[in-house]
Design a protein around this ligand. Structure first.
Ligand SMILES: C[S@@+](CC[C@H](N)C(=O)[O-])C[C@H]1O[C@@H](n2cnc3c(N)ncnc32)[C@H](O)[C@@H]1O
Length: 309
């Protein structure tokens, strides 16, 4: 390993799994070194190491390909970012376009979700959201929670929910067959009992009753986010909780609804008749909240909401 790839310098405090993952990522994407150095400038914590171990286990022998897929995703997002800066809007505006380009194309979707899996570690806002899901959201669930994730994608959030001792049952709905295949792969790699999966648009799935719903990075993919939140409300049992995560000013190949402020998302959640338990704002790339607001940088906005009794 060259001095430039010395991961101890890139991520002070990194454990063995994170070191291996950084080395694999830089082998596929050497130009990302500066980004990763900034990402881990403050050091790597235990959550990073446990996440790196999980991602390494999911990737198995495909790790090099997943790192290539992350490189592809970073390029695709950069193109959308340039469009957004020029035009002040997201490129796509209809769900039908996003479905044809992304969800219905298994090769595209698999590459996208593989890249997104690695972004959970490489993008500090994604890591912060995942850690908050495990350490702040899940402990607030009652025992024997019936948990649903709408749009599990790569499956990491659903996996954390299943691993939490309070979860009694785990269900995932997704419109993309490739996503559901990846969720199955994630659970099989970790040798966890398979969740119950349904291939369906969230607006068409049969109503059930859940104590806990994860709805992470899906709202910005929809033409009718208010209706989607009304559906989350209706799917929750009275007193049930939801983890709602959506980014502001965050262009991506399949994002169609632009939220310009975190408050726009919080207001939508309230308008759906849900109460707010807590809010996390995590700006991308380590920016301060002030700077992110001023420069219209992406901010992951997470609302823990509750259906009133
Ligand atoms: C960006 S991924 C989010 C993955 C994961 N939840 C996360 O936060 O990283 C969005 C997922 O939502 C799914 N999705 C998009 N629109 C949907 C809809 N109308 N109904 C169900 N799933 C949908 C996509 O197929 C994809 O798997």
């Amino acid at each position: 390993m060259s001095q430039a790839l010395d991961d101890r310098e890139i991520a002070p405090g990194a454990g063995p799994a994170l070191k291996r993952l950084i080395a694999a990522q830089l082998a596929a994407f050497p130009e990302h070194e500066g980004f990763l150095r900034r990402r881990f400038a403050a050091g790597a914590d235990d959550f990073c190491e446990s996440l790196a171990t999980t991602i390494e286990t999911i990737a198995g022998e495909d790790l090099a390909r997943l790192c290539e897929d992350y490189r592809w995703l970073a390029g695709a997002v950069l193109e959308e970012e340039l469009f957004f800066r020029r035009e002040g809007r997201y490129r796509l505006s209809s769900f039908a376009e996003a479905e044809a380009l992304v969800y219905a194309d298994p090769a595209y979707m698999t590459r996208y979700m593989n890249g997104l899996l690695l972004s959970q570690l490489w993008w500090s806002n994604h890591t912060a959201v995942l850690a908050w899901f495990r350490d702040r959201y899940l402990p607030g669930n009652g025992t024997q929670a019936r948990h649903l994730e709408i749009g599990p994608g790569h499956g990491l959030f659903l996996l954390l929910a299943e691993q939490d001792g309070r979860t009694e049952s785990c269900v995932g709905w997704d419109i993309s067959p490739a996503s559901l295949a990846l969720v199955e792969k994630t659970f099989a790699a970790l040798r966890r009992p398979a969740p119950s999966l349904l291939l369906s648009n969230l607006f068409e799935a049969q109503l059930g009753r859940f104590d806990s719903i994860a709805f992470s990075e899906v709202l910005e993919h929809l033409e009718a986010p208010a209706e989607a939140l009304a559906r989350v409300h209706d799917l929750l049992a009275p007193g049930g909780r939801a983890f709602i995560n959506a980014p502001v000013n965050s262009p991506a190949p399949d994002h169609i609804t632009l939220f310009e402020t975190p408050e726009a998302i919080v207001d939508l959640v309230l308008a759906a008749g849900l109460e707010i338990e807590d809010v996390l704002l995590a700006p991308a790339a380590g920016a301060s909240l002030d700077r992110a607001r001023k420069l219209k940088l992406a901010i992951s906005t997470v609302v823990i909401a509750r259906r009133p009794l």
